[in-house]
Design a protein around this ligand. Structure first.
Ligand code: AHR
Length: 492
């Protein structure tokens, strides 16, 4: 057992935690959309117009605030007109980004918008810049959002949707530096501005346009974009994206469930590096935009391992263990603490792909440890992030792996403190001073287990959250966190 002092100062607000920080990502990749989210109306699996009811319920449970779609790399090959109209006359194409499988376009704009309505989340559309045209994207926006005189809006009406949808988030291209066209930042910045000009606000809809930002530490990309995104004193983008996957070595990823202690600490070192990555990118953005008009949007993050044995390598299907839960908790605590500039983050990906919330097998569904972390952290959404500091201990010499990761927020008279104990073998006794908040009651929940433990189809509830004892003594919070755990402490 190790003892730690902690201080939470509710008077010191460090940022506003936009609910979008708890966002997600869904791509036409492997079994994310088909089988994962969408099974079609004729399926024996309970569904609403083809959308799995159990998935909708799970997304609602964690208060999913925003969902990005249709990719990823797939977005830059997606032609939205293929995915509208009568299902049996929709164009069938090959999914060239992910395994060359048949994409029958039965899940398109109407289905995605219905999914978001059922979940109660904002849709985030990633537009095709790589192989599309300005006209194609401009018309997609018009199709979705115009209630005015417009042949494109008429087409939507003809397809059964009279009233325009509201669309806030529009990504203009994906990974323009890679699968989105292998562009230079100078070239892409020009493309971005051209596309952005013609993606208009219709019928009271207000777009929040997101430009493609760097891959991890490509700081030059961030610099060039920020230099170019302001025209005649006006920012042309509301957000700049950042993609960063936690992978220690791309050619030696290993399986989600098979790793050594060293592999674990190596991965946690990479996850903690996210903070430096954000700090440097934010520093560059601050230089050009001290007022913080352009948000940093971490629209792809998470772990990336080798696929589960026997599964299609192009489908990126991996298991999810307590290691992933700790990755999620440390990452979300970092995003909270950087919420002055970080306005959205989307975990890759929601179902059956990479660090998934949910895994499905036919009609069966399991909630992964990562799902439970989002469930524990959901009360941070829309909160004010407040100062939270822990005396810490580094778990690996030469690496950056603090034992304790934490963040705190206040909303509607509730103080939420989330803490991960990243040690695999030592529990942590926390004594926390709380300033600026008169707590009268405390409750806590935790997710804990051996680091390789996971939920699977034979034991879907091996890992679930349980109550944790926490006490308030003379205004101090006392709680003991098990080794390898993620906890949420609620003070009222
Ligand atoms: O999430 C899988 C892929 O990773 C996405 O399609 C792409 O944007 C990124 O490289």
């Amino acid at each position: 057992m190790k003892k730690f002092s902690m201080l939470v100062n509710a008077n010191d607000i460090t940022g506003h935690i936009e609910r979008g920080i708890y966002g997600h990502f869904s791509e036409h990749l492997g079994r994310c959309i088909y089988q994962g989210i969408y099974v079609g109306e004729d399926s024996p699996i309970p569904n609403i117009h083809g959308i799995r009811s159990d998935v909708v319920e799970a997304f609602r449970q964690i208060k999913m605030p925003v969902l990005r779609w249709p990719g990823g790399c797939f977005a830059d090959e997606y032609h939205w007109r293929d995915g509208i109209g009568e299902k049996n006359s929709r164009t069938k194409v090959l999914n060239k980004s992910w395994g060359g499988v048949v994409e029958d376009n039965s899940f398109g704009t109407h289905e995605f918008m219905e999914l978001c309505e059922l979940v109660g989340c904002e849709p985030y559309i990633a537009g095709n810049v790589g192989s599309g045209t300005v006209r194609e994207l401009a018309e997609w926006v018009e199709y979705m959002t115009s209630d005015d005189l417009s042949p494109t809006a008429d087409l939507r009406r003809k397809n059964g949707r009279e009233k325009a949808w509201k669309l806030k988030y529009l990504g203009i291209g994906n990974e323009a530096w890679g699968c989105g066209g292998n562009m230079t930042p100078e070239f892409y910045a020009g493309q971005y501005k051209q596309y952005r000009t013609f993606c208009r606000n219709f019928s009271g809809n207000q777009l929040y346009c997101i430009a493609c930002g760097p891959s991890g530490a490509d700081y030059n990309w961030t610099d060039v974009m920020m230099q170019n995104l302001k025209v005649n004193g006006w920012w042309q983008a509301d957000g700049l994206s950042l993609h960063f996957y936690s992978v220690p070595e791309w050619n030696k990823k290993g399986l989600a469930t098979e790793f050594s202690e060293d592999d674990y600490y190596e991965l946690m070192n990479t996850v903690n590096y996210t903070d430096e990555l954000l700090a440097v990118n934010i520093g560059i953005m601050d230089r050009y935009d001290p007022e913080g008009k352009v948000g940093l949007i971490v629209d792809e993050w998470g772990t990336w391992y080798d696929v589960e044995p026997g599964t299609n390598p192009a489908f990126l299907y991996q298991q999810n263990t307590m290691r992933d839960a700790l990755v999620a908790a440390v990452s979300l605590n970092i995003f909270n603490r950087r919420s002055k500039r970080v306005k959205m983050a989307n975990l890759a990906q929601a179902v059956n792909v990479l660090q998934a919330l949910i895994l499905t097998d036919g009609e069966k569904l399991i909630k992964t440890p990562t799902f439970h972390v989002f469930d524990l952290f959901k009360e941070h959404q829309d909160g004010e992030c407040v100062y939270c500091h822990t005396q810490n201990e580094n778990l690996r010499e030469g690496k950056n792996v603090p034992m304790i990761s934490s963040s705190a927020s206040v909303r509607d008279g509730v103080l939420t403190v989330t803490i991960a104990n990243c040690s695999l073998d030592e529990s942590a006794e926390i004594e926390c001073d709380i300033c600026g908040f008169g707590a009268k009651s405390v409750s806590a929940r935790t997710l804990t287990g051996e680091v390789h433990a996971c939920n699977d189809f034979d034991a879907p509830e091996r890992l679930v959250t349980t109550e944790l004892e926490a006490k308030l003594e003379n205004g101090k919070l006392r709680v003991t966190l098990p080794a390898c755990s993620v906890s949420c402490i609620t003070l009222k």
